[in-house]
Design a protein around this ligand. Structure first.
Ligand code: IYR
Length: 227
């Protein structure tokens, strides 16, 4: 039963959650890791349609992420219109062409060789949905005045992580794409001046033939320090 109380004039609700024995926690956390470890960034997408409701559920999952002062400083723009997808592809490839042919230092390009990426971004037109995460640098109050947001970058990073996990859970694939600079997305999508493009995430089924680099993830010894 949920109880309620007022603290200093603000409403609170009692919170409980299902907890587990140590043995059950070990099993659940191990299973979750094994399942999450199957997530891969993909670049070979199918054009097979996905119900809109799935994308809605995925976005609502992302939007459960914690955020500074609970400001939820994010907007998820969903593009399925082929004309807008084409526009985004043209603009992204323009920027990526410049990046791969001069803007990116040689060391960066060398680091990307194992991924075999280049400036061609045909997946931007193939996959059924592009989700563009916009970060709010401030918000508009109901009366039109400006309101602050806090830790917007961290908040959007968390929401994007939740988004990728929700996409994986639906059995779909995604790419965390950062065509740089990304300002063209604000223009193409007509976003207000308080929003800046954060990530462009194509979502879809993996293509029948889908290849990913044979990568290993760092072991616990390399990513955790115990005190
Ligand atoms: N934005 C470019 C380059 C690129 C950069 C990184 I860091 C990657 O991990 C992968 C690609 C592109 O999308 O190709």
């Amino acid at each position: 039963m949920i109880k309620t109380k007022i603290i200093d004039g603000y409403p609170f609700v009692s919170y409980t959650k299902e907890t587990f024995s140590s043995a059950a926690m070990i099993q659940k956390s191990d299973e979750f890791h094994k399942w999450l470890d199957k997530r891969r960034t993909i670049r070979d997408f199918s054009d097979k349609p996905i119900p809109k409701e799935v994308i809605e559920n995925i976005i609502m999952s992302a939007s459960t992420a914690p955020s500074g002062a609970h400001k939820q400083p994010w907007t998820f723009c969903v593009v399925s219109d082929p004309i807008i997808k084409k526009q985004i592809r043209i603009e992204a490839e323009k920027e990526e062409y410049e990046s791969y042919n001069g803007r990116m230092p040689e060391a960066w390009k060398k680091d990307l060789l194992p991924l075999q990426t280049d400036w061609h971004k045909e997946f931007l037109e193939i996959c059924p949905y592009l989700i563009i995460v916009f970060k709010k640098s401030y918000e508009f109050n109901a009366d039109g005045t400006k309101g602050n947001v806090y830790y917007a970058t961290e908040s959007c990073g968390l929401a994007s992580g939740f988004l990728l996990t929700a996409i994986h859970n639906a059995g779909l694939g995604a790419l965390t794409h950062t065509p740089s600079p990304m300002n063209f997305l604000s223009k193409v999508l007509g976003r207000p001046e308080n929003e800046k493009p954060f990530l462009l995430i194509p979502v879809g089924y993996p293509a029948e033939e889908c290849w990913v680099p044979d990568l290993n993830r760092k072991p616990i010894e390399e990513v955790a320090v115990w005190y």
